[in-house]
Design a protein around this ligand. Structure first.
Ligand code: ATP
Ligand SMILES: O=c1ccn([C@@H]2O[C@H](COP(=O)(O)O)[C@@H](O)[C@H]2O)c(=O)[nH]1
Length: 186
């Protein structure tokens, strides 16, 4: 299956808004393949290469790694999956990510699933997440929030202007969020 024929849903929202949690449920119910850009980057960091180490440093600072790195990881994962329906979680992080994805993969998303959640709720969730992530500490969390507001919100606004954003409030239970999310996939 070539990327030209694929369906791509971008899943965006603040750090801890529940993207990974809901993507797992969408996969179970609606047969999409889920790729988290953050997970792909953490895997890349574990390779221990010089470029991987540079990415690790940027992630520790809550910064966005170069588009070429992320888009190549996504393109490779999509190609190797042999599938055609993708949930791309935590990407595009900025407008340059989006432009690079378009030029490398060749087409835009079908829609953006946007998870809206207040920062105080996000902070509690991230500090309570027991995955041992290097960036789930208060100093990096604050930096991630700023990067999200400054660079990722313009991506939401871009797609909102095109009528392509499905908004979901996620400061309710996982089940309540999924009920809302499901409606967009039926
Ligand atoms: N609706 C919810 N109510 C309460 N807790 C939730 C909800 N959704 C997710 N969580 C919990 O919040 C934490 C963050 O969720 P998750 O990892 O899905 O967020 P994320 O948006 O993928 O985060 P990140 O962008 O940092 O990767 C997890 O511990 C998860 O179990
Ligand atoms: O497209 C992307 C996605 C992620 N990053 C970096 O990774 C961390 C963690 O991302 P999560 O989505 O929370 O797993 C993020 O703070 C960025 O530093 C990225 O650069 N580009």
């Amino acid at each position: 299956m070539s990327e030209e024929e694929s369906t791509v849903i971008f899943v965006l929202g603040g750090p801890g808004s529940g993207k990974g949690t809901q993507c797992a449920k969408i996969v179970d119910s609606f047969g999409y393949v889920h790729f988290s850009a953050g997970d792909l980057l953490r895997q890349f960091v574990r390779s221990g290469t010089k470029e991987g180490n540079e990415c690790a440093e940027m992630m520790q600072q809550g910064k966005i790694v170069p588009s070429s790195v992320t888009v190549n990881l996504l393109k490779t994962a999509m190609k190797e999956s042999g599938q055609s329906k993708f949930l791309i979680d935590g990407f595009p992080r900025n407008l340059e990510n989006r432009d690079t994805f378009l030029s490398v993969v060749g087409h835009d998303c079908t829609f953006v699933l946007f998870f809206d959640c207040p920062e105080d709720v996000l902070e509690k969730r991230l500090l309570g997440r027991a995955e041992g992530r290097a960036d789930d500490n208060i100093e990096t969390i604050k930096k991630r929030f700023k990067t999200y507001q400054d660079q990722t919100m313009p991506v939401i606004e871009h797609y909102d202007k095109k009528g392509m954003v499905k908004h979901v409030k996620t400061d309710v239970s996982i089940e309540e969020v999924f009920e809302k999310v499901s409606a967009f996939f039926k």
